[in-house]
Design a protein around this ligand. Sequence first.
Ligand code: M6R
Length: 605
Amino acid sequence: MCGIVGYSGPQNAVDILLEGLENLEYRGYDSAGISVFAGNGITTVKAEGRLKCLREKLNTSPVSGHCGIAHTRWATHGEPSDRNAHPHGTERVMLVHNGIIENYLELRSRLTAEGYVFKTQTDTETAALLLDSLYQGDPLAAIREMIRQIEGAYALAILFADRPGEVYGVRKDNPLIAALGEGENFIASDIAAVLSHTKRFFTLEEGEIAVASRCGITVYSPEGAPVEKKVHTATWDVEQARKDGYPHFMLKEIFEQPKALRDTIHPRLKDGLPSFEYDGIPECLFKGRGRIHIVACGTAMYAGLVGRDLIETLARIPVEVQIASEFRYRDPILSKDDLVVIISQSGETADSLAVLRLAKQRGVPTLGVVNVAGSTIAREADYVIYTHAGPEIAVASTKAYSVQVSVMYLLAFAMARSARTLGEEEIRAKVEELLQTVEKLPRVLEQNNAIASIAGRFQESESIFFLGRGLDWALSQEGALKLKEISYIHCEAYAAGELKHGTISLITNGVPVVAVATQEHLLGKMVSNIKEVKARGAWVLLLAQEGSPIDEEVYDQAIRLPKAPDLFTPLLAVAALQLLAYHTSVCRGCDVDKPRNLAKSVTVE
Ligand code: M6R
């Protein structure tokens, strides 16, 4: 969701900034723009649409310089257009912005009364004109006063026309990093933007102001004192963020799952038992917990649903799974012996972050399960377990889901150990089953071509229904989300037992139903439900374990998974559902990696 890059150095800033924006494309955007110190002032070029539209404009009227800022915009206030694209500002000040300025209407009328003329519908222009009104030759003083007056969430990169060669950065509730190169320096919304130039970066804390020039980066505290920052080295490299010959990032990321799972699980095993020593988490974190609240959004929340079943089954601790945007406004009942687990790939999702802060305010311990190192949720949670999926570029989350689920297994095992609901030998056996299941995943991925041909059957569908029971229901919800978000086909997941309470009236001749039936202990019940939809004319795709005794007459086509204990089948079944979603999207000619209206990192409410 929106991307920021700023550069100061000896190279042509336009090339570096465009490359940075390309690396941030995965976040989702609908327009882009660039401002560069060129000649005597700042030159700005903006274009609606993909980066190639901006490139075309820059090819027609070339611009060059050694310092500038650039942005990919995901529209919130005002439609996607050249005019509404960032940067915004005046001859004296230009800025790019991620986030939302909440009091922009109030500021806008005040600035209008002062004589400012607004050219766009954006909230961002308000911040730019406010800054212009406050600027009297001291950038730091003007920025400090601006952030005192604006409300909302923001990451800003700013140029002052009378300070050529300097990029200013400041943030609140939206991430912004500063990266150190050799004789060149950067400001960016995430390190992926500049990985081909440097891996050394630090994150800005709220209210800190960074000033990047080719000579270095200086950071000032909100009170104006210089701050020493701890420099991190990114562990991801540029190669990992490329497609490696796959036609789409999503397919590459689906195929990376066995490695991502091994990388996430193995560091958390000691003598065959789960251990979070690697993450600096004491065993006592899991002892005596009254209730676990797993809170997240989208796919991460569906990983939490699997976690609930695992923890309740193995550790017998009550677990609630909540959508972050609902939880934060519900005045939730939280007690100090509870544990709030926030799951987030990006570590920046606004609603999940708000829940983390709410839990901390109430004195409840918080645990983040996060993929992006140094992200806000990772930094602010009391404890963090990093999933080692590597960079996930496709908007549709795949490998991040699997590694989140793998952490749910490890947490369930660790909690069962603390609660003594399972003995050590039983837990060792479960860990072994988990590891064996991961090694069976390549056999699901080998069915890629077969699944591609099944997807052809789905491409003309208007609606597809997913059914499952128990863990299969949790999984069905993720399968339906994956398919709908990238193929734009209406998909719904239902607990199979609920069918008779309304949904079955939607099943008519030829309506596709994906019946997820990997839970052998629920097979009899599930087969009855499949028969019910079949009898009403549904076209049934069955997803079941190899050798499961299911009469061929009740389904039309099947994907069979390697045999595994019921508890572990989600790790196998999800890959089949991801491939199904992927190929359906390809068949329909959709933009698989960047589905319409969606962003990778949702940093606004
Ligand atoms: O970065 P997060 O894990 O917090 O993101 C949560 C959701 O926005 C994300 O999972 C979203 O639902 C994906 N598009 C699903 O593929």
